[in-house]
Ligand binder design. Structure first.
Ligand SMILES: Cc1cc2nc3c(=O)[nH]c(=O)nc-3n(C[C@H](O)[C@H](O)[C@H](O)COP(=O)(O)OP(=O)(O)OC[C@H]3O[C@@H](n4cnc5c(N)ncnc54)[C@H](O)[C@@H]3O)c2cc1C
Length: 389
């Protein structure tokens, strides 16, 4: 390892590894992660849309694709369900432990140096970030960097250390608990299953993401303001389902997801923030892998450009570009989430009934928008919508 790099990326999750991969096309890059094994622990439901693979040019590789998913079954509190099924593959349940390692290996293939078991903190002199201090295998080392990319996840200390306001309201947080379970009954293992309801998962939802015909990530997220824990609600949920009760627990994960929109400041001097650290998470479904990788790509390309031109002012382009593209989309989804948060259980039951008529609806690719329009034109639903806007 050298004493100086153009770019140091802190955190080898999907956002950091993608940033390192793209930055390495134009710059000398070091990617560090505090964990001894990149990708572990997984802390994830492991759902990822096919679009994410396409957007990031990731191969559909069976080493990290566990299962193909054709749609979603949504369970309203009263028991009715809405099934949105596609004729083609909508997404995948991945193996995060292998996927994250693959992304880090891609970064190294592009020329980045990758280092696991390396805890990093900023070195700031005269109010300027001049590099990173790394604790690796019991030894400390100082490494200079022209640019630092903070991709250190939801608990990000790096952005705060750089003076960025990272205050997070508990209400803008999904607190999650998840078991990987085997020997369970899954009604349809080619679909993801989402359960909503104020009593079941206040401010969040429960999920069953199948990894096999009888194995799945079974998890639940609740609003950060809830007094009872996500584990409490998850255990109640499992108790209510005999098909889950009979299963075994292979893995336990707990974590949180920031769902309140992205940080006001994504770039400060020579520091860029990406992924969960920047709160670049889809607020509607609390998924962060896709957004994190898109942000990582944008930040990595911008960092490479800045190094190539010798002008660090270019880094601001990352923030401008995020705000005007994916960030806009994120803001729209945030409004939808706020709308959903205000729904009572009876509203959700009503929506499910309107959507369904009497039976399960099958929506094929491309017609999704039409079905939504039909619902939005429904006079009673319009009244309901007006209550919230
Ligand atoms: C229970 C649960 C289920 C989820 N399910 C899904 C899902 O199904 N689909 C989806 O898209 N998203 C899901 N998410 C969200 C998703 O996991 C995150 O959005 C995603 O991992 C964010 O990627 P990231 O690279 O920004 O951060 P992370 O993946 O958190 O990576 C950050 C990395 O930084 C490292 N790090 C932290 N501090 C330091 C330091 N000081 N020095 C060195 N390294 C450091 C950490 O070790 C870690 O590897 C889920 C989250 C939870 C908690």
């Amino acid at each position: 390892m050298k004493d100086e790099y153009d770019v140091i990326v802190i955190g080898a999750g999907p956002a950091g590894s993608t940033a390192a991969k793209f930055a390495a096309e134009k710059a000398e890059v070091l990617l560090v992660d505090k964990h001894r094994e990149i990708g572990t622990p997984k802390m994830c439901g492991e759902g990822l849309t096919r679009d994410a693979f396409r957007d990031l040019n990731i191969p559909f590789d069976r080493r990290f694709i566990n299962r193909d998913i054709y749609g979603i079954v949504l369970y309203a509190p009263g028991g009715s369900k809405v099934e949105v099924k596609y004729d083609e593959i909508l997404g995948h349940i991945i193996e995060r432990k292998i996927f994250d390692k693959f992304l880090a290996a891609e970064a190294s293939r592009n020329g980045a140096k990758v280092l696991a078991d390396a805890y990093a903190s900023l070195i700031i002199k005269d109010k300027k970030i001049i590099g990173v201090k790394i604790r690796h295998q019991g030894e400390e080392k100082e490494i200079k960097a022209k640019i630092v990319i903070a991709a250190d996840g939801i608990g990000s200390q790096i952005a705060r250390q750089a003076g960025i306001d990272t205050t997070l309201n508990p209400g803008d947080l999904h607190s999650c608990f998840e078991y990987e379970m085997s020997g369970i009954e899954i009604e349809n293992s080619e679909m993801t299953h989402i359960f909503v309801g104020k009593k079941l998962a206040p401010g969040g939802y429960a999920w069953i993401f199948p990894k096999d015909d009888d194995r799945a990530n079974v998890g639940l997220g609740v609003s950060g303001v809830e007094k009872k824990t996500a584990k409490y609600y998850l255990d109640q949920f499992i108790k209510s389902k005999p098909g889950l009760m009979k299963g075994s627990i292979l893995e336990i994960n707990a974590g949180a997801v920031p769902i309140g929109g992205f940080l006001q400041e994504l770039v400060k001097d020579n520091l860029m923030v990406v992924g969960d650290a920047a709160r670049q998470v889809d607020p509607a479904n609390a998924g962060g892998i896709h957004y994190g990788m898109l942000a990582g790509k944008l930040a990595g390309i911008t960092a490479g450009k800045a190094i190539g031109s010798g002008d660090l002012n270019i880094l601001k382009e990352y923030e401008i570009e995020w705000r005007s593209s994916i960030g806009k989309h994120q803001e729209k989804l945030l409004k939808i989430r706020c709308f959903i948060d205000k729904l009572e259980d009876e509203d959700m039951n009503y929506l499910a009934r309107v959507w369904n008529g009497d039976d399960v609806v099958k929506i094929t690719t491309g017609k999704h928008g039409i079905a939504l329009k039909k619902i939005i034109k429904h006079p009673k639903l319009l009244k309901l919508l007006k209550k919230f806007v």
